[in-house]
Every structure is written in C-alpha cells, then in structure tokens.
Design a protein around this ligand. Structure first.
Ligand SMILES: [Fe+2]
Ligand SMILES: [Fe+2]
Length: 404
C-alpha cells in the first residue's frame, strides 16, 4: 500500500482514534454502522454502503445515505455477483480499489460497469464513487466498502482525491480486521445458539434475537437514568445484546427426557432443569473477554428474582456445584442479568409455545407492573416501560414469521 502523504499526518491521530474504537467493538451490526459512519466522516462522503462476501456473492449489508436516510439494513439480503457487472463486484473480484469520477459516465472500454438499480429505485444520483475491498488477515476479500459523493464546503459533489484513496485504504485495513473478528465471533455464537436450539426446540433463534434486542434497548434506558456516559452505554449495550442471546445455552447439558418432556416437570426434574443456569455459566470457564464474562453472569443469574426467590442463588464453587443456594436478592444479581430476566419472561409470555398460546399484551404488561419490586428490579421495569415502543419494534423485527 502507498505510504500516507506527509500533509495527511494530522489525520493519522484521528484515524488511530477511529481504529481504536473499532477494535473494541464486538457486535457486527454496530460495527458496520461505525465503520461506515467513520469512513464517511473521514472523507466527507454523502452516502456509502458495506457489502459482505457470503456464499460466493456480495451481500448488500448496510447502507447510509445522508440525503435519503441515516442508516439502514433494509436492503439486507439483496446480493450481487462478484464480477464486473458492478463497481463493488469488480473490487471484490480483483481485490483492488476503484475510484470513479462519474458512475453514470463510465467509458465503454473499462472492464467494470455501474449497477444503476439502487439509483433507479431511490431516485438518488450517484456520481463520485470510491470502492475499497475489505481484506481479511488471510488476504481474502470479506467485503467491500463503497463511499459515494464527497461534498465540498458548499455541499457540492466533488471527485475523490488520491489522498482520499490512501486514507480509505488505511482505514479499510483496520475496519476489515475488526469486522473479521466480529463476524467470527458472531458465527461462533450463532453456532452455540444453534446447538442449544437443536437440543431445545422451544429456544428458537427468533426468541434469542428478541431477548438480546430487548436487553440492549432496556439497558440503554436504565443506563441513561443512571448517568452512564454515552460511549460506555454504546459499548455495554453491544456486549449485553450478544451475551443475553446466550442466556439459556446451558440447556445443552440437560437431558432430552427433561428438556423435551411434553407435560409438566415433576419436582426432581424441575430441580435438574434449574441447573441449566450453572451449566451455562460453566461453559464460559474462566472468562477471558468482557463478552464471556457478561455471558457467564447472564447465563448464571437470569432466573434470580429481585425478592430473592429465584435460582440458582449463592453458590460456593461454580465448577463443583450440586446444590442450589438461597436466592440472590436485589442488586446481588448483576444488572445485565436483571434486565435479561425481564426480557426473557416478557418474550416467553408474548410468544406461542408448544404448551401455551401467546398471552394478550395487556395482560403481560399488567403482570410486569405487578411484579415490579417482587420478581423484577423496579428500575429495570421502569426502563422497560420508558422504551416500550422500541421493545415492541424489536419484537416486530424478529417475529417468528420473519424467521421462517
Ligand atoms: Fe433460562
Ligand atoms: Fe429464554
């Protein structure tokens, strides 16, 4: 790669700060948003998108357009071939960057062409384009970063400069590594969840996605009310979403006879079932990362109750534990677990399960209010109602029907 020109040195500080932020971000969706947002602000680009290489094609994964909308993955699922029929496809095909002054006037003798479908469907006019492949640590193309229409101070579209291209190259390198890590982590977590889902058909992918989403939204409201600094909120929110998705992963260690029993569990079986909390926590061993630590806490404590009547309660040794202890009371359980507890119960009541139909929303919300300060942390309940619209939106995104 070309060295950065000397007049760009002040930008290096900014660039380092941006890449440092990316390296601490774990969640793929949030990372895509940050990468695109940062790349656009670095080069003053009005719009941009990120494509990820999946199943031999480029998948439209994330798009931002200042003129049309802020950020969206509505186009998720649309894919284009890795070939010369689009600029992004060409960059992925060759593994090299591309800078175009006017996408609608590409000379016929060029080996690539511009795919007009996005402009045609939105009415947007793509002019200057910079396409930068995102390369993994192994040098394979994992995606493409496409930046569109840099604006000058007067808001006029100008071409991307050679300096822009150098900067984009540097930025794309660290963005790709952060993305590779997040994608790997997400895949590992999805694999763990699929394993849990295979064992327990009640624990569907849609359920875990919703619980993760609710937990992130409730945490944000709770943290704002507690004066947590915004940058910390964003980071924790990201960790909580991923960790809450793994709340029931310990069910893999519960026998089929109990897990798949159609009727009600007897006392002994229920006692065994309660150990899915301990088993889940054991899976994370001696946690080495923040997400492991939080996932362990949530797996262990998501059935504790504010009034201390939950389980598994106080445990002396996580790895040699055959008895449940007296329940943890109020703040003895970590806040991420208190939040997940509410998110999990809300979702279970609102959803259809083999043994029950969904309950009416009014009844569910009534129960949550009634359990404020009993089963649930009162402040978590308050946070939940404060952002209930958002919670409801998450429920719509990850409905069972959408999953099918
Ligand atoms: Fe559970
Ligand atoms: Fe659950």
């Amino acid at each position: 790669m070309e060295p950065l020109p000397a007049d760009q040195f002040p930008l290096m500080g900014h660039l380092c700060q941006l890449t440092q932020e990316l390296s601490t971000t774990q969640d793929e969706d949030y990372l895509l948003d940050r990468i695109l947002g940062q790349a656009r602000s670095l080069l003053g680009a009005e719009a941009g998108s990120i494509f990820l290489a999946r199943d031999g094609a480029l998948q439209f994964t994330y798009v931002q357009n200042q003129k049309l909308f802020k950020g969206s993955n509505d186009l998720r699922g649309n894919s284009m071939p890795i070939d010369t029929s689009s600029l992004a496809g060409y960059a992925a095909y060759t593994g090299g960057p591309l800078v175009i002054a006017d996408a609608h006037n590409i000379p016929e003798d060029k080996p690539y062409s511009f795919n007009r479908s996005y402009d045609d469907s939105t009415g947007y006019r793509t002019q200057a384009v910079l396409v930068q492949p995102l390369l993994s640590s192994q040098g394979t193309v994992i995606g493409v970063l496409q930046l569109i229409n840099p604006l000058d101070e007067a808001g006029e579209v100008v071409p991307f400069s050679p300096e822009n291209q150098g900067l984009a190259g540097f930025f794309a390198n660290s963005a790709a590594l952060a993305l590779e890590r997040a994608v790997n982590q997400r895949e590992l977590i999805l694999r763990m969840m699929r394993m849990a889902e295979l064992r327990d058909p009640k624990e569907t992918g849609a359920h875990v996605n919703r619980v993760g989403g609710y937990a992130a939204v409730i945490y944000e409201a709770w943290a704002k009310a507690h004066g947590v600094p915004p940058s910390e909120i964003v980071k924790q929110q990201d960790l909580i979403r991923v960790s809450a998705m793994l709340h029931d992963v310990g069910k893999v260690a519960i026998s089929d006879a109990i897990l798949k029993k159609p009727g009600k569990l007897d006392d002994d079986e229920y006692h065994t079932m309660k150990f899915h909390t301990v088993r889940g926590a054991q899976l994370f061993g001696e946690p080495s990362s923040e997400v492991d630590h939080l996932a362990q806490q949530i797996a262990l404590r998501h059935h504790e109750r504010w009034d201390g009547k939950g389980y598994p309660g106080h445990i002396e040794d996580l790895f040699h534990c055959s008895e449940l202890g007296p329940g943890k009371i109020s703040e003895e359980a970590p806040v991420a677990a208190r939040i997940t507890a509410l998110a999990d119960v809300y979702d279970a009541l609102m959803s259809k399960r083999t043994y029950k139909d969904p309950w009416p929303e009014e009844k569910v919300l009534g129960i949550i209010k009634q359990e404020r300060g009993a089963q649930f942390d009162p402040e978590v309940v308050d946070a939940f109602f404060k952002v209930y619209e958002e919670v409801d939106r998450v429920r719509g995104i990850y409905s069972e029907a959408a999953e099918d």
